[in-house]
Design a protein around this ligand. Sequence first.
Ligand code: GLN
Ligand code: ZN
Length: 761
Amino acid sequence: MALTHSLGYPRIGAKRELKFALEAYWKGASSREALQELGAQLRARHWRDQSGLDLVPVGEFSFYDQVLDMSVTLGNLPARVRGFHGDALDNYFRIARGRSAEDHAACCGVAAGEMTKWFDTNYHYIVPEFDAGTSFTLNATRLLTQFGEAKAQGVAAKPVIIGPVTYLALGKAKDGTDKLALLPRLLPAYAELLAVLANAGAEWVQIDEPLLVTELDAAWRDAFKTAYAALDTGGVKLLLATYFGRLLENLPLLAALPVQGVHLDAVNARDEVEALVAACPPERVISLGVVNGRNIWKTDLEAVLAWLEPVAERLGDRLWLAPSCSLLHVPVDLAFEQKLDGEIKPWLAFAVQKLEELLVLAKALNQGRGAVAAQLSANAAAIAARRSSKRVHNPAVKAAVAAITPALGRRQSPFAVRAAKQAAWLNLPLFPTTTIGSFPQTKEIRQTRSALKAGTLDEAAYKTAMRREIAHAVRAQEELGLDVLVHGEAERNDMVEYFGEQLDGYAFSQNGWVQSYGSRCVKPPILFGDISRPRPMTLEWIGYAASLTAKPMKAMLTGPVTILNWSFVRDDQPRSVSCTQLALAIRAEVQDLEKAGIRIIQIDEAALREGLPLRRAEWQGYLDWAVGAFRVTANGVADETQIHTHMCYSEFNDIIQAIAGMDADVITIETSRSDMELLDVFESFKYPNDIGPGVYDIHAPNIPAPAQILALMKKAAARIPAERLWVNPDCGLKTRQWSEVMPALANLVAAARTLRAEAAQ
Ligand code: GLN
Ligand code: ZN
């Protein structure tokens, strides 16, 4: 008998209940008790949603982040919050976001913990902080409470924790301490935790070690051996879970660890199932993740059964079935989608539907396919409909992709030649000033958009209102004396959704929210088919903006890699192919803009870096097609047309070659917080084209003083020749207020003028 379980459930709530409860609590609009109560209700509901499973994950529910929860469980709180008084939950929020509900009234709060991406997902965790003095003391309260709650509700509870080696790897040693040196201090806390859970009645504990799908050096491999030898105390049974990729050279390491069960992501690592089974001791439980926990497509159940049946035969009771990873990364329930395209909806599965699939698979294995004949045939029909749908396959798009030649991705002349031609018509001063695209998305703009959606405002009135916003942004930039203007992106809800909505091949959910961090959720658009652009997407707005000024107007587009990385992407062709289709669609927009006389075009690739595969060995393959797609998008223009790109992060060291390979005339990047240090790599690599290092941290409400901007630009000029430098903010200004943006940009323009005057002396 194959048994079913799951690795984790979305915690935000089908209607984002947790988000709203958290935000109300933080604002002081609701009580701590109300928040705790809502948490308990959500847990109970989510356990009910999972009640068909043989084992249900418990303890992965979090008010902010499961890694921060683990830090609390291990008593590893940063020193700066230790002195704070008040409720533990408030201290928790202080680390998570710099302040608790109480601090609003009282004073100031503390520096929030750093946030970074959880492996290759779009979920962000709070980075554990270590130093030479770090010690660990168990605090199992949260886990025990949730475990007790679950047991009281009759849930077959399996506590979930993050494993010690992954926990250490995810953290940061602020003082350069060797993190592995902390392992001997960490393991007793883990051993105690397992003992406490055993005492509370847990039979199995799921211990997550996704680190095992990445490249490990000898010291980290040894850490796994040391850790699991120390935790092999016989109290509870350990299910060691890996996910998000293949084990490759780590497979024998995992197989040799003294645990009672292992979980393998059999969506990404199906070709390792056999080797893993062969390498594991004969009594060990093998859990296979057979339903994709990372995307929203229905599983092809017959295809899975075809390979799984012989495995089940061989493993018998040792086989467990699960989603490939925690369902944290998918929306909760497709049943709440009333407006989703009727042809496409049956192709999809959210968390609830994924668990249903799992139960069908288990029943097919345990009782024979006949026991679920109706479900299997309904599934097969949906899979077949998707496979053959005209909405998915567009022969013209496939032909255009097949016809791509290297010439399509090459500019006519090298940068030096282009730069001279561009300078001739642009006639910009030294240290030209510009912005990254968006201006404040004011309450009025958002209300106007909601009114359009709700049908209380018609299209014409909406357009008039947006034109007014654009005119206002253009006037403001002229007043400020910026050199290259933008239209301000008033009409865009989101830099990916805006384009997705206008492309064929995309669908949209109403409630398909996925947690990004804390109370923040994203609703990725669904890329289901071949991508094409029925008509120009930005021309009207940007053309209007250009008509209002004699200054150069920079058009704003989102690049193909970013659109891809921030979407749920079809799984029936390589991502590189979908990316190339997007590239052709955006290329057509670039060329239409150029034809209309817009000669500066910015193509944002904010998400290029985050698409990097988990394993370094696979980076180059990704970068090749990602950069190739950008080049197809951008490079079909005349020498005189200036291509900008923008990236808002600060790690370029390991991908600078690829960035240079994009061959954009100008790149604007986020640098203000790193004090221009990240320009070192642009300097040592001798990055050949123009650079605009951000000098205004748009994530904070602070207004940078001219002297501050000047100091940053001088640091930049010490590294990059002045003739190749631009002056601009770190990123778009959409989250700021006009009252912040105007003085900040005035200071930016003033600083540029000072630089020019100094250079002229
Ligand atoms: N052009 C976009 C803006 O200004 C870029 C946003 C981003 O890089 N995330 O808002
Ligand atoms: Zn940005």
